[in-house]
Ligand binder design. Structure first.
Ligand SMILES: [Zn+2]
Length: 342
């Protein structure tokens, strides 16, 4: 057993007490030490019934000390020849916890990690896989390659500025030793591969939420990992110069037309679902709402502040990340609508 073989005193103690297996809540309450700091959150592993596909669900809200940076989802597929991981969570410590969860299920090698897009909440955990999982290759869409060392001019998120912000907001889980792991392999529009008889398909749907937004379809099992093209249960993050809401909406339409439709959809944020139209309804509705409100304002020459104040946000005001993201989102779309109107 990987866990019980660990030299970490706390883990040995938990194993000896029999308090580890299946005891996410108990372990979370105590705190689990990792080489990157203690994770004190419950870190429950979910499994899709009857198939070897697993995932964790992040907490709602923006990354901060209260959620230890655990705000996004990640998952993995176990095959006879190895494990394919999708996304790596928002801190090295959380990446390490994901690796621990994988090792509770299988000792098969990590064959590769596919990253939905390069934003901090999905990639900072890659470091743990590079350090402790045999340096598996990281796959991402070509536009993600400029993120490490990139700037606002080349990426939707200024990587260096974001890292500084997270070193403060997520200390000690993100610190001076946290590094951005660049992709090892990139693809353009799509890529297919097979591991242990299981077929995988990657497809670029960006620039939408971020330039490299991509999805992964696990063909044998009818499971879709959508990344942040689908958000549930919180206000999406649109406030980046490379967010393209028009193309994002097209991406959602593409998902609706997938044939056959996936049996399970695991979004980038929020709970899994079994029905595509329900899965995308929130994201679609929010994007359309903000766009319609800001388009009307731009067409009527209403200044942004006035337009924002007079929009009825009551359908979204209670949601996590509303305060942190909604105004920036609206402003971003206002600018997009203004640019379109010229
Ligand atoms: Zn995200």
């Amino acid at each position: 057993m990987f866990i019980c073989a660990s030299r970490k005193l706390l883990l040995v103690l938990l194993c000896a007490l029999g308090g580890w297996a299946g005891g996410a809540a108990a372990a979370g309450a105590i705190g689990v030490s990792t080489p990157y700091g203690v994770v004190s959150l419950p870190f429950e592993l979910h499994k899709i019934p009857d198939v070897p596909v697993y995932y964790v669900v992040g907490l709602s809200g923006v990354p901060g000390a209260d959620n230890e940076g655990h705000t996004s989802n990640a998952g993995f597929v176990v095959t006879d020849e190895g494990v394919v991981v999708f996304d790596a969570l928002g801190t090295p410590a959380l990446g390490y916890r994901l690796l621990q969860r994988i090792r509770e299920v299988t000792d098969k090698p990590i064959e590769r990690i596919v990253v939905s897009h390069y934003h901090a909440d999905h990639v900072y955990g890659l470091q743990a896989f590079k350090d402790y999982a045999g340096n598996p290759p990281v796959w991402a869409q070509r536009l993600a390659a400029g993120y490490a060392g990139g700037s606002r001019a080349t990426q939707g998120e200024d990587a260096e500025r974001r890292l500084q912000q997270r070193r403060e907001a997520l200390f000690p889980w993100v610190d001076e030793k946290t590094r951005i792991v660049a992709p090892d392999e990139t693809f353009d529009e799509q890529a297919s591969f097979t591991v242990g008889g299981v077929g995988f398909e990657l497809k670029h749907l960006g620039p939408a939420h971020a330039p490299g937004d991509s999805i992964m379809l696990v063909k044998n099992y009818g499971v879709l990992f959508s990344g942040d093209v689908i958000y549930k249960g919180r206000v999406p993050f649109l406030d980046s110069p490379e967010t393209d809401v028009g193309r994002w909406l097209q991406g959602l339409d593409y998902l609706l037309r997938l044939a056959p439709q996936p049996d399970y959809i695991i979004p980038g944020h929020g709970s899994a679902s079994r029905d595509m139209s329900k899965a995308i309804a929130f994201t679609h509705g929010y994007l359309e709402f903000v766009r319609a409100a800001m388009r009307t304002a731009v067409q009527s020459f209403v200044p942004f502040d006035e337009a924002y104040a007079s929009t009825d946000w009551s359908a979204y005001r209670q949601l996590p990340a509303f305060e942190a993201s909604n105004r920036g989102n609206a402003y971003r779309i206002y600018l997009e609508m203004e640019a379109e109107s010229f």
